[in-house]
Ligand binder design. Sequence first.
Ligand SMILES: [Zn+2]
Ligand SMILES: [Zn+2]
Length: 412
Amino acid sequence: MAKIINIIKGTKDILPQDVEQWHILESKALEIFSKYGYKEIRTPIFEATELFARGVGDTTDIVNKEMYTFEKSERSLTLRPENTAGVVRSFIENGMARLSAPVKLWYKGPMFRYERPQAGRQRQFHQVGVEMFGIKNAAADAEVILLAVNYLKSLGLCDLEVELNSLGCPTCREAYKSKIKEVLKPEFDNLCEDCQSRYEKNPLRLLDCKVESCKEIFAKPEIQKVIQSDFICEECAAHFEELKSYLDKLNVKYTINKLLVRGLDYYNRTVFEIKSNNLGSQNAVCGGGRYDSLVRNLGGEDTPAVGWAMGMERLNSLLPVPEPELLDGYIVSTSPADAFELAENLRTLGLKIEFDLANKKFTKQLEKASKVAKYALILGEDEIKSGTVSVKNLSTGEQVAVAKNKIAETLK
Ligand SMILES: [Zn+2]
Ligand SMILES: [Zn+2]
């Protein structure tokens, strides 16, 4: 026998018995997002490497350590590690800035990051997300948060917690960054390696470090005083207040988390995460924020934007496994040709029908029907002569003779 070729580490088959759950995530996305006026966009899985270096930020782990980058025809290409950069590229390239604002886009699909396997993460994973372009008002931030909450609720995830923070604008954030650096300077040698390397370029990222010894340092009163201080300027503060008042009005509960900075470089003002307490443990299921300078950084006109992404594997892990879908009918017959003809007729009428293709015995066919279908459609010699079918309800055992042209009605 030939040698078996195995699946690549960090990737996973989505098998037929699991795909129904994915269909639910996708169809609910289409249903809920279109209520808010979002249109789906599908961008390529690979893009110029530079797009992510500039779009995601070259101080992030994603760009520094996790990208799948390869050369082809002397161009450096990268499998997308996230989709905001690609959507922004498409927004610019297709002149969507000329459309009347807001432009609301959503996407779903696979992303690729070379992450350590012990983190339990997959290297090919899936995200669903939204991006809204053209609105700087906090109403936009409130709407995308509400959209996320409603999508999660539609999937049956309850017990949601929204965490909010404002990172300010480049102006007010600079002063905050220097304060953070200043207060952490005496502790520099005690910080973890990652924190030390981020200290100069991206000191805010230190705040979401998960290393225990770093967390202890940040908990010191003199450092907490700086972290908890209100550093944002008047305009940023007004924006944040406006967002909070919308959420209050719409009964979206939230907490302010000053340590929430998100892993990406491009956010300004609003950042948020949504956590779910489904199945007992708390899990972050959604992360997003405002990125008003990204379109300009990628060569477009100044365009405010706000959006979020959710990991679909994580969502699936929190949802109950749906019951497998049954066929409407399974034809049990001693005449394959007649069964074939009846199956095709009923399929044309919109029913899900199968019949025995393997010439199995009548009793075996009936056994199969009881496993895969709601009704057994019995087409024996008597039925063929009289132009009827015996329709057996497989959950109640009830059986009735039905004229061939009335079967669809009966099953529906
Ligand atoms: Zn500001
Ligand atoms: Zn650290």
